[in-house]
Design a protein around this ligand. Sequence first.
Ligand code: G16
Length: 542
Amino acid sequence: MIRTVPTTPFTDQKPGTSGLRKKVTVFQQPNYAENFIQSVFDVVDDKAGATLVIGGDGRYHNREVIQVAVRMAAANGFGTVIVGQGGILSTPAASNIIRQYGAIGGLILSASHNPGGPTEDFGIKYNIANGGPAPETVTDAIQARTLDIDRWLTVEAEDIDLNVIGERRVGDMTVRVIDPVADYAALMETLFDFDAIRAAIAGGFTMAFDSMGAVTGPYAREILENRLGFAAGTVRNGEPLEDFGGHHPDPNLVHAHELYELMMSPDAPDFGAASDGDGDRNLIIGRGVYVTPSDSLAMLAANAALAPAYRDGLKGIARSMPTSAAADRVAEALGIPMFETPTGWKFFGNLLDAGRVTICGEESAGTGSDHVREKDGLWAVLLWLNILAVKRQPVMELAREHWARFGRNYYARHDYEGVATEAADGLMAQLRASLPGLPGRAVGPLTVQAADDFTYIDPVDGSTSARQGVRILFEGGSRIVFRLSGTGTSGATLRVYLERYEAVGGDLLAETPDMLVDLIAAADSLAGIRAHTGREKPDVVT
Ligand code: G16
């Protein structure tokens, strides 16, 4: 029996860079999650009898919302819901399952790298039939619906047992609880040379993988320890916990500092990696060398042909605008197209579907390929392992050879978190207003060559996305980008992206902070960061 529950709109349900993210307490308000889920269902065409995937990163409130969503899916006419055992599906695994089982879409319950727990963050994201995040046309329609919604639909039914694999009925709908890992692990075996990696391990190659108490634990244990044969204990913090063990599951040098310290110590294994809350981000650290996400994209692209899936070469590479131009030089050398998109994986979907790119990456620790339509943390780790196993080279040597061939894009991102929204908006407004007068202006030893607010015109469907970040380009190839994060849940986060290119023959082995001193000073002088935010230094440097 379908029950219609009257409701009134919430005005704060605009999806951000990656779905709707709020504090758990916001999602716990009566009707809050229900309104958003119903708004999604109201904009999905052809759902009668269709398959929907539901899964999440296991954070606090995951199971409750899954039960609500299952009942609502039954009332909205879906034929089948596929859900991961325990309510678990990493974001890339969910993307794969949507594609593999021909689902119409999926609800991914995650706030990604944001902390979890009763007072922390929760999120809901809708992915479409290609397995990728809903594009802006869809998220705009969802938001519009949240503003005039007046009812949501559900059925009277008991909670389903999420812990037991198998089929159940909820109303007229079938619910399949599946092993969250099996299909994903099988896909990885088709992409990479597992035998080459096994041979390297047999030859003494070691690694440490930090799951950060989040969703990748079961995936990493199965693939790295069970299938590849890394020693037990290679996967650390491998149990998905509702509060991630109190950690911030963001794989960067601040939050994964234990791994970083290990990799810089004399006891370091050959390779270190970490993944985030929902398994789509990655951190790569070689013995004694941190690889920035932008460099990782470039190095993976340059060597991808060593993995079976990419043996025939890449069709093209895409990166988000704030990501460094390191990959651009690889694309040029390979003679393939390079695309620059706004921040947000959803912007890669059209390029991947149209077969114009094979590999994509972002400075925010996301890399992936056309095997799914999400960034994929373990995929990046496995491609690194495949490359290192074939080349039989330490990360440090591979990185040095790469820079010697292509030059080096020194890069850092400075985050100012929890800034008052008005202060952050004021800073961006003043910066935007100053753009026309900047070209030609000297800032310390630097001279502005060009300055704009990035606008993207999608080469596949022609859609335009404006105001995607302020770019200030200097003579000589250095660059500063300013934008406000679209994934935070309290106040605003100002992101300042700093990049300096050092050509072949230049100073390729310097310390990054030393190389960025002039740019850091220029960022403050151009944007008045201290004056607007009252902050003396960034909260996080990655
Ligand atoms: C999301 C998006 C990414 C984006 C990142 C940072 O990642 O999927 O494409 O680069 O947010 O966005 P922002 O700078 O707006 O905070 P995730 O891992 O949080 O889903």
